[in-house]
Design a binder for this molecule. Structure first.
Ligand code: PPS
Length: 312
């Protein structure tokens, strides 16, 4: 279980004792901490690989009457319309902090659509201290599937000679599990990240949802998000959104499939929309790894009321 701090791969950077980010994000962290939030901002917050892009696409479809071509003209991809606070320019994900000129989030016009994986405790005071009331949607996913997804995305997806580590790319899932237990995965402790937002789930401006519910009842979750965004949709529009944000549609759509960041990925990387299921962890975890994980999960979330579905 938790051991000494893990040696980080060279494309990660340590922000603090309990938070690691992709290296290029270190330069953005001051702006993440000092960002002036607006009441009409919409923020989607997740630990990495928990369904962010899926929810972002659903939101953009909801707000554009099931037709994102209204806002995506000129080849604007999802990360341009809905950028990540901690890394607006994704092609700089692994850049050395001193080589980055940070693009300014403050210059974006309202309403801003922002994504973040940064834990609540490291976000700006306007959010931490509830000084502003942006709408925040938090998507949570069972950690075994999130880790399986992260394994393919980070350890197997990014192989950039001279930038990523050969050792890291060759490492087995057990290495990622050790990082996870040490809170040294990118974006740090999954447990704290989830609990910090879980404890806000009853705030009027927060919607806490689960990836597994989106899989089980896609239309139901579209309706729930639309209601949270005060957007009325017809049944036909809801059906259109379900179709346009299905796994296969998103995988083939250059708006959301991240093919445009191929230059920072291995030529053999799995697609961003990789499997899109609940329970793929069973194809990756050994029985012993799964049992050990379950014990930690029970301990970490005991008494919190937070519970995930691990298989359907
Ligand atoms: S990131 O990099 O943190 O922003 O990744 P994120 O978007 O949070 O999570 C990626 C996983 O979400 C899956 N995904 C979907 N699942 C079902 N339906 C749809 N439409 C969909 N879109 C994305 C994606 O496949 C990743 O999960 P895995 O398990 O790797 O397939």
């Amino acid at each position: 279980m938790a051991e000494e701090k893990t040696k980080l791969p060279r494309h990660h950077g340590r922000y603090s004792e309990d938070m690691v980010v992709f290296k290029g994000m270190l330069a953005y962290m001051p702006q993440v901490r000092s960002m002036k939030v607006r009441d009409d901002d919409l923020i989607i917050a997740t630990w990495i690989k928990c369904g962010t892009t899926w929810a972002q696409s659903i939101i953009l479809h909801i707000l554009n009457d099931a037709d994102v071509s209204k806002v995506s003209s000129g080849g604007k991809t999802i990360d341009k319309l809905f950028p990540m606070i901690e890394q607006i320019n994704l092609s700089l994900l692994f850049a050395e902090p001193e080589t980055i000129e940070v693009e300014d989030i403050e210059e974006m016009p309202s309403p801003r659509f922002l994504k973040t994986h940064i834990p609540l405790r490291y976000l700006c005071d306007d959010i931490k201290n509830r000084l502003k009331r942006p709408k925040i949607i938090y998507v949570s996913r069972n950690p075994k599937d999130a880790l399986t997804s992260l394994y393919h995305f980070d350890m197997k997806g990014f192989y950039v000679p001279g930038v990523t580590d050969d050792d890291y790319s060759a490492a087995p899932l057990s290495h990622l599990l050790q990082e996870f237990y040490n809170d040294d995965c990118v974006f740090g402790s999954y447990w704290k990240h989830n609990l910090e937002f879980w404890n806000r789930r009853n705030d009027e401006n927060v919607l806490f949802i689960f990836y597994e519910d989106m899989i089980k009842d896609h239309a139901g979750q579209v309706k729930k998000i639309a209601a949270f965004l005060d957007k009325k949709l017809t049944d036909e529009q809801i059906q259109q959104i379900v179709e346009k944000t299905s796994f296969l549609m998103m995988r083939s759509d250059t708006f959301s499939n991240y093919l445009h960041i191929k230059e920072i990925q291995s030529p053999t990387a799995t697609p961003f929309q990789r499997k899109g299921v609940v329970g793929d962890w069973k194809n990756h975890f050994t029985v012993a790894q799964s049992e050990e994980f379950d014990k930690v999960y029970q301990e970490k979330f005991a008494g919190t009321g937070l519970q995930h579905i691990f298989e359907i």
